[in-house]
Design a protein around this ligand. Structure first.
Ligand SMILES: Nc1nc2c(ncn2[C@@H]2O[C@H](COP(=O)(O)OP(=O)(O)OP(=O)(O)O)[C@@H](O)[C@H]2O)c(=O)[nH]1
Length: 217
């Protein structure tokens, strides 16, 4: 590093993620950056299950316990040799908690917009205009596979300019990718090295995404 004193964020979610010099030395000296990722979407689309799959590698089958208010988990990922600490906020999808959820948007760095691929209304409710503005810079839409494949609605969110992937909390499809893509974006945004090409979230997701591709053109 350049020796510039750097105040590590005391709390997850602090906007201060790098030193003030322009050399990008925070990543070179092995320091980390942090970010807040918020999971939003209707009740029952699988937000809690997606988070539990990512954090613990397990699937919460059986009885559905709806989130009340907001819950959070932390996970540290290493991307391109840099530790990225994600604080993941799992919001309540029920209508009665909407104003609570909306109050948290301004502190989020990224949103994972979740919908159930068998439920058109849940897809309509993640559209950009349904959220308080301005939205965080990084958005990914996740079509979670809740229902039977035969009733799958092929909804194509690309037309809204938001990177899209099919996910499954049940079998783990693309769950790691959703969070890694966000972590990479946050790392590049806060610690871009000189001459480093701009990270393109859309292209990265398109390249790494797995699955049937039935919702992709
Ligand atoms: N088949 C299948 N079922 C899932 C999947 N993800 C979640 N579920 C089921 O969907 C139900 C709701 O999942 P949750 O993760 O609790 O939903 P949520 O979006 O957190 O709901 P709220 O807390 O009310 O906002 C549960 O019964 C899960 O077992 C999935 O990928 N596949």
């Amino acid at each position: 590093g350049c020796g510039t004193p750097w105040a590590a964020p005391a709390l997850f979610g602090s906007a201060k993620t790098s030193c003030t010099c322009s050399q990008g030395c925070c990543c070179l000296s092995g320091l980390s950056c942090t970010g807040v990722v918020m999971l939003v979407g209707d009740s029952g689309v699988g937000k809690t299950c997606l988070l539990v799959r990512f954090k613990d590698g397990a699937f919460l089958a059986g009885s559905f316990i709806s989130t009340v208010g907001i819950d959070f988990r932390n996970k540290v990922l290493t991307v391109d040799g840099v530790k990225v600490k994600l604080q993941i906020w799992d919001t309540a999808g029920q209508e009665r908690f909407r104003s609570v959820t909306h109050a948290y948007y301004r502190d989020a760095h990224a949103l994972l917009l979740l919908y159930d691929v068998t439920n058109k209304a849940s897809f309509d409710n993640i559209q950009v205009q349904q959220h308080p503005q301005p939205l965080p810079l990084s958005l990914i839409a996740c079509g979670n596979a809740i229902g039977a494949i035969l009733t799958l609605l092929c909804l194509i969110p690309q037309e809204y300019g938001v990177p899209f992937m099919e996910t499954s909390a049940k079998n783990g499809l693309n769950v790691e990718l959703a969070f890694t893509a966000i972590a990479k974006e946050l790392k590049h945004r806060s610690m871009k090295l000189p001459n480093e090409p701009k990270f393109k979230l859309h292209d990265y997701v398109k390249k790494e995404v797995r699955g049937s591709g039935c919702c992709r053109s």
